[in-house]
Design a protein around this ligand. Structure first.
Ligand code: TUI
Length: 310
């Protein structure tokens, strides 16, 4: 079903900023929302108190709608859901699991729910559970990913559910948005390009690494534990490869990954830290404000869509 995602979410442009743990904080979220997209606060790395503080900070900086992402693998998910409902945020996105048990609470607080679905079966379950739209996220995305590409996933999810579909994974410019629109998507989630937004507080080394990245610079770690994570190749990923080759236990792999994202994002250690990034990083080549990014994305998208020839 095509439905104007801007009407559903009361935003100006159909651009949703992907939640990124340690990265999408109140500064980036409020800048994206203020520019007319949907800023999404990541909570995978914070507790309920930190989440409430960030929500208040966002509200001090913008009156426009924003979302909070619930990372369902987080030990704090229950308390963050409670906080988000009390704060009556307008929109929630979810990742890394099924939000089914929370949907009643979200609805009672008048919160729109947009779960990430990495497969058709999961998207159908999200629809049955009461989602307002689904985010079909292909494995080109950075971070924790599913198994199939955006190109293959989006049209299959569009055919399988009677909900608006937001495409995610491998989109960083107006061409990617137009391509996803052709597959039936009503909105576009973009993560990697917003890492280099001027308002993004990630360490400058991380931004520079994204800007320098080439098409084949990402890999996945943790495939053997059932939680593959897309990151930029470095010393850490070579250690993961070595451990996985030697059939290391899930505990050993978890220990290597623990604290690694913070090391890259906060300390700027891009060799020993986890530099999560989508495969589209090779296309991201300059720092801009969130407003410049959103205006450029939409202008390019509009020009393509309005000039399509057959
Ligand atoms: O969640 C993400 N991306 C993330 S979370 C994250 S933090 C992390 N760090 C290390 C290991 C694991 C996580 C970094 N990146 N994207 C959304 C996403 N959701 N990708 C895949 C899924 C997903 C998977 C299974 C959504 C639903 C699902 O359902 C399973 C079920 O049985 O219900």
């Amino acid at each position: 079903m095509y439905l104007d995602i801007c009407d559903l979410l009361s935003i100006q442009y159909p651009i949703i900023q992907g939640a990124m743990a340690w990265i999408s904080d109140a500064g980036l979220v409020s800048a994206v929302s203020e520019a007319g997209g949907l800023g999404v606060l990541a909570t995978g790395h914070i507790d309920a108190e930190g989440c409430i503080k960030a929500i208040k900070e966002i509200r001090e900086r913008t009156n426009k709608p924003f979302a909070v992402n619930i990372m369902l693998l987080s030990q704090q998910a229950d308390s963050i859901v409670k906080a988000v409902c009390e704060q009556k945020v307008p929109v929630v996105t979810t990742g890394a699991g099924s939000p089914g048990k929370y949907i009643k609470m979200f609805k009672e607080s008048n919160i729109k729910v947009l779960p990430v679905a990495p497969s058709v079966a999961i998207a159908k379950r999200m629809e049955k559970d009461g989602a307002d739209a689904v985010i079909a996220e292909g494995c080109e995305s950075g971070g924790h990913i599913g198994k199939i590409t955006t190109m293959a996933l989006v049209p299959q999810v569009v055919d399988a559910v009677n909900l608006p579909v937001i495409a995610a994974g491998g989109i960083a410019d107006g061409r990617g948005m137009a391509a996803a629109r052709m597959l039936g998507a009503s909105g576009f989630q973009i993560g990697t390009r917003f890492i280099v937004a001027k308002e993004c507080s990630v360490h400058q080394n991380y931004k520079n690494r994204i800007i320098k990245a080439k098409d084949i610079d990402t890999t996945t770690t943790g495939a053997s534990t059932g939680h593959p994570v897309r990151v930029i190749k470095n010393k850490l990923t070579r250690k993961f490869d070595e451990l996985e080759k030697n059939n290391a236990s899930a505990e050993e792999l978890d220990a290597l990954g623990r604290g690694a994202l913070r090391k890259a994002v906060t300390d700027g250690d891009i060799e020993n830290g986890s530099v999560m990034s989508g495969q589209i990083a090779g296309l991201v080549n300059k720092e801009q404000t969130a407003e410049e990014i959103i205006k450029e994305l939409f202008e390019q998208y509009k020009n393509i869509i309005c000039n399509i020839k057959i």
